[in-house]
Design a protein around this ligand. Structure first.
Ligand SMILES: *Cc1c(COP(=O)(O)O)cnc(C)c1O
Length: 376
């Protein structure tokens, strides 16, 4: 069986270094907010080209804390895409705010700036405060257009970078375009811990300070809460492991791109559509997705032939029970997102995939195309 993703393979690829780092933390006797977290915050923000990093408990918490640091609170409205992990909307709701779902570009699955501007105008005086673009699958959203809109309408921008570690637009990394950004280190992400973790990124000193306070009870001074905060800290073990893996991130992203090239090349001319990045973006292929009208059949066939595949995501957020109250008044206004969710399929994608495994995936897909798939 070729798995769709493999955090275990990532551990094994760096096992000696990770085991040493874990032993170092165990022996240090300091397990929360010590040297490892401080060093990782510096190293990761430097890698991105940003000034500040604040290690937190998860990607969801990073988004929540960034939203609150940006002044988003009860009753505020936040524009985002419905084609994302539930975490994006969960974080907006955790801040007391209301997600306003805006449709995606049908070619990329990313927030559509034209639709976004319409949504901003339609919202009128209804307290739209911020935009959360998601760099879905590792493909950067159109940050030039989105930040231009944010400036014009006085909105905050918090990037959801949970799938885009190392991705860039014109060599400027995702996570450095908005007022703040949130990264997740969930084990399957491009930079993954061995448990939960996340980081808030910003270039703004005062926003950084707010996020730093929020992650630990609102303390500036120990035992004195300046504002109502929470407890969401990246721990020393996870930070030490992330420090081992960070220097390999670019190399591993390049391998993801190689695998994506092999897939895309083999699928050219087939019935499966792929997403092709433009020349100005560096895509980091958190996922390699194809669009297929007979997705369910393909999924079943792949499983039978020993190829793991997943659907990111089967149901857009506005169709999920928790977020039904947030669906837009106009029924068809999120039609592109719905069509995407109905057709998309993610192939195996992780840096440790061998060329032989990639070849097998391609072979099985071609088999489905030529023998199983009866022309519609
Ligand atoms: C993984 C993910 C998150 C949440 O990260 P956690 O660390 O699991 O809380 C948020 N947004 C997107 C787009 C994600 O893929």
């Amino acid at each position: 069986m070729i798995p769709q993703t493999s955090p275990g393979a990532s551990y094994r690829a760096h096992q000696t270094e990770i085991d040493d780092a874990v032993a170092r933390v165990m022996q240090s006797g300091i397990y929360i907010l010590g040297k490892e977290v401080a060093a990782f915050e510096k190293e990761f923000s430097a890698y991105l080209g940003a000034h500040y990093g604040i290690g937190v408990g998860s990607g969801t918490d990073a988004l929540h804390i960034a939203l609150r640091a940006c002044g988003v609170g009860a009753g505020d409205r936040v524009a985002t895409t419905p084609l994302t992990a539930s975490a994006t909307a969960a974080a907006i709701e955790m801040a007391g705010a209301i997600p306003v779902f805006v449709d995606v570009d049908p070619r990329t699955g990313l927030l559509d700036p034209e639709r976004l501007e319409r949504a901003i105008k339609d919202d009128g005086s209804q307290r739209l405060k911020a935009i959360v673009p998601v760099h879905l699958y590792g493909y950067p959203a159109d940050m030039e257009a989105i930040t231009a809109l944010a400036n014009r309408y006085g909105l905050m921008v918090i990037e959801d970078c949970a799938q885009s570690h190392g991705a860039s637009i014109d060599l400027r990394k995702t996570g450095t375009w908005g007022h703040m950004a949130a990264f997740s280190f969930y084990p399957t992400k491009n930079l993954g811990a061995i448990g939960d973790g996340g980081v808030v990124i910003t270039n703004d000193r005062s926003l950084a300070e707010k996020a730093r306070l929020l992650r630990e009870y609102g303390w500036r001074e120990r035992y004195v809460s300046e504002r109502a905060g929470l407890n969401s800290r990246l721990d020393e073990l996870q930070a030490a492991i992330l420090r081992v893996k960070l220097p390999y991130l670019d190399r591993e992203n390049r391998r993801r791109c190689e695998v994506a090239e092999l897939y895309a090349h083999a699928l050219a001319g087939s019935s499966l559509e792929t997403i092709r990045p433009t020349a100005k973006v560096q895509h980091v292929y958190h996922q390699f997705v194809v669009m297929c009208d007979r997705r369910h059949e393909l999924l079943v066939f792949l499983k039978e032939e020993g190829v793991g595949a997943l659907i990111h995501y089967p149901v857009p957020l506005h169709r999920q029970p928790a977020y039904l109250p947030r669906r837009p008044p106009k029924e068809d206004s999120l039609a592109h997102s719905e069509r995407f969710c109905g057709r998309v399929l993610s192939f195996p994608m992780f840096p440790e995939l061998t060329n032989e495994q990639v070849g097998k995936v391609i072979h099985v897909v071609k088999q489905w195309e030529t023998t199983v798939r009866v022309p519609a």
